[in-house]
Design a protein around this ligand. Structure first.
Ligand code: NAD
Length: 278
């Protein structure tokens, strides 16, 4: 389906852990669309070694470690990426998220605040750090596009999502606030894509994931958007066809966010009620 939509463009893809990662699919898609990329992830994730398989599939893309909570790492990454690709960049995918509270199944009402700080630092402030590092090193061309991945728990409560909900709300706010600054400063655009539940390492770690994956599938007129669908959407956002879109949270969820209840959910409840009444 490639259209060379990103021919001549260069960018950084953060967060490809394994073949299920949204970033993994996005890396393959943007390269198929003609882009040249640098892959980055936290040093510990790189030690798993999987990313080198992806790099080989992406025209031997350079792999550069950066902890998204380290300003130094990110500034070095920006410099090295410009050196590796021979110029400034046109897009960045921020596909980074982690909550120690979710990992350790610590309830939201009994949160560990050190963990909570880490959640916010890794999953939200990291977007600010990436943008600040890009601005300081003047790493982005005019009209460059930065996309971060979000989830609807930023607007509505999904109890199992825990402190990641607060992190996503902050992430979306940073996209607006920095998008304003970077837009006026350099016509750089910043958006978040609010993606359907997707079976990945980060996604499946959320309590009750299977149930709300099925619930969202039944609620969404188009069904859940897959990681491949998300990759395609990100490619359009990196392209010149969306150059006036900035500071937005864009729902990519098969219609879930605008559905009150679906007939499929109603039927499920009716069925359950009938069983209860027997
Ligand atoms: N899977 C879903 O259901 C879903 C839905 C909506 C949004 N998202 C978001 O999509 C993004 C990608 O997640 P995914 O589902 O592909 O899962 P994933 O687990 O494959 O990706 C998460 C990535 O974050 C990286 N990361 C964690 N700590 C880091 C750090 N300190 N520095 C740099 N990188 C770090 C991990 O190494 C990993 O590559 C996340 O922001 C996630 O919240 C996921």
């Amino acid at each position: 389906m490639a259209h060379q939509l990103l021919k001549g463009k260069k960018g950084i893809i953060f967060g490809a852990l394994d073949e299920r990662s949204i970033a993994w699919k996005t890396a393959l898609t943007v390269v198929a669309e003609g882009a040249e990329i640098v892959l980055s992830n936290a040093p510990i994730a790189l030690r798993m070694g999987k990313i080198n398989e992806l790099a080989a599939l992406c025209n031997n893309a350079p792999v550069i470690a950066a902890d998204a909570t380290s300003t130094t790492d990110l500034e070095t990454l920006m410099q090295k990426s410009m050196e590796a690709t021979g110029g400034k960049l046109d897009f960045i995918l921020h596909s980074i998220g982690m909550s120690p509270n979710v990992r350790k199944t610590i309830p939201y009402t009994d949160t560990n605040y050190d963990n909570f700080h880490k959640t916010l630092d890794i999953s939200a402030l990291s977007l600010h750090r990436v943008l600040q590092a890009a601005m300081k090193t003047d790493a982005l061309n005019e009209w460059a596009s930065v996309v971060a991945l979000s989830y609807i728990a930023a607007q509505r409560s999904f109890p199992g999502y825990n402190d990641m909900a607060d992190a996503k709300a902050l992430l979306e706010s940073i996209a607006r606030s920095f998008g304003y600054q970077y837009g006026f400063a350099k016509k750089v655009r910043v958006n978040t894509v609010s993606q359907s539940p997707t079976v990945t390492t980060a996604g499946s770690g959320v309590a009750g994931f299977d149930v709300f994956f099925t619930y969202a599938e039944k609620m969404s007129p188009l069904g859940n958007a897959t990681a491949e669908d998300c990759a395609n959407y990100c490619a359009t956002l990196f392209s010149d066809y969306t150059r006036m879109v900035t500071m937005q949270n864009l729902f990519h969820d098969g219609g879930f966010s605008n559905t009150g209840v679906s007939h499929l959910i109603v039927e499920e409840i009716q069925k359950a009620n009938k069983v209860d009444n027997i």
